[in-house]
Design a protein around this ligand. Structure first.
Ligand code: NAD
Length: 365
């Protein structure tokens, strides 16, 4: 069974889907691999290391022509055109955007396996790329905030005076939010956090942060560990009740998300105006419109004396580890997709496993 790994084509994407370490493991399981020359370089993985792991170095066309193609980002039109009829594609498909990618794949009989459709259940944790990458984003968001905040995060007592710890608020305590809390605590900030799912309270406390409790008259838990969208009244009440907490913050990290919905607005312009000069907001939801309407996707801007950071690809800024985690996710998924027979590896029936059944996109589902 042959896997092709093309170089990522999206501008600024530094990750690669398979690392040399994982290539070696896949080779030992009976897969053969071809990598587009130089595909791992931006993430710090060299062609020599792939070669030593048994990977064939090929041109772009050959990597894309493999019966299984794996990437980090969704394939663009040229990549789909270069893939073989009936190939299996494993990667992010960015399923919320209806931009014709899926139709183009179905027209060629290409079977897309979407990493964002891996269910968030215990058994699939090792394959959950959304989580592995959000974890990195949560960490990197705090590092970004610390670097842009012109003061200390921890309490500092020196012979030249003392500095109070930064007051940091994390909005949304899912995967990215919990990692942001843990990282900010390690840096010594005074951390507060808010989420609409009440079950996050205990997790927030266990990381040493203080939960912000708001009575918005509605509960936000939805299906599969995700939040559900609030009514317009509850949204307005939430913004109003959060405003005082947020205006006191020196750093806000926002991670509130409901899959395939525009990001909920949690930090209004009025709140930004009330924040202390030099405060920082890192808006992880920038790609989906932002949890703050002043955020600009892929930009860092100053508004009312506050720095708003709208980067949309933190995992790519930590491409070495992000690729290593992603490659693990892919290898663990491949492991449940195939079985060994006398004639070598063969695909199992994807419909028979809840993880592969959920991840494989068909024209019907
Ligand atoms: P997640 O689903 O694990 O967490 C999102 C959390 O937001 C959930 O706990 C949910 O309950 C909470 N939430 C939803 N609506 C809310 C509201 N109105 N008020 C308070 N909390 C609310 O998602 P995640 O994997 O942690 O991702 C978080 C965000 O980070 C997403 O927007 C995702 O797209 C983004 N992200 C950005 C980057 C980047 O590079 N910028 C990378 C990875 C993830």
């Amino acid at each position: 069974m042959h896997i092709g790994i093309p170089k990522e084509s999206l501008a600024g994407e530094a990750r690669v889907a398979i690392t040399p370490e994982i290539a070696k493991k896949l080779g030992a399981k009976g897969f053969t691999l071809s990598l587009e020359k130089g595909a791992g370089l931006a993430a710090g993985y060299h062609d020599d290391d792939y070669q030593a792991a048994g990977v064939a170095l090929v041109d772009r066309a050959s990597a894309l022509a493999a019966p299984i193609v794996t990437k980090v980002r969704k394939p663009d039109a040229d990549e789909i055109a270069a893939m073989s009829d009936g190939a299996l594609f494993i990667g992010h498909i960015e399923i919320c955007e209806d931009d014709g990618t899926l139709k183009a794949m179905f027209d060629r009989g290409i079977r897309p396996v979407a990493m964002e459709r891996i269910p968030r259940i215990s058994r699939a944790q090792s394959m959950d790329a959304l989580s592995s990458q959000s974890n990195i984003a949560g960490y990197r968001a705090v590092i970004e905030a610390a670097a842009r905040y012109g003061r200390f995060f921890p309490l500092m007592m020196t012979s030249a005076g003392s500095a109070k710890p930064a007051r940091l608020v994390v909005l949304g305590a899912g995967v990215a939010g919990l990692q942001a809390i843990a990282t900010a605590r390690r840096l010594g900030a005074d951390v507060y956090a808010y989420d609409i799912r009440p079950e996050t309270r205990e997790q927030i406390e266990s990381l040493g942060a203080k939960p912000i409790d708001l009575d918005i008259g509605e509960e936000g838990s939805g299906e599969g560990g995700y939040a559900r969208e609030l009514s317009e009244e509850a949204k307005a009440r939430q913004q109003e009740l959060l405003a005082d907490e947020l205006a006191k913050a020196h750093v806000i990290i926002t991670t509130a998300l409901i899959p395939c919905r525009p990001a909920p607005v949690l930090v209004s312009e009025d709140v930004v105006k009330r924040m202390r000069e030099g405060s920082v907001i890192v808006d992880l939801a920038a790609a989906n419109g932002g949890n703050c309407p002043l955020t600009e996707a892929d930009n860092v801007v100053q508004k009312h004396g506050v720095t708003l950071v709208g980067h949309t690809n933190y995992p790519s800024m930590m491409a070495g580890d992000a690729s290593a985690f992603y490659a693990h996710n892919i290898a663990n998924l491949l492991a449940i997709m195939v079985e060994e027979t006398e004639s070598g590896l063969v695909f199992k029936d994807f419909a028979e496993d809840e993880v592969t059944a959920a991840a494989l996109i068909t024209p019907e589902n």
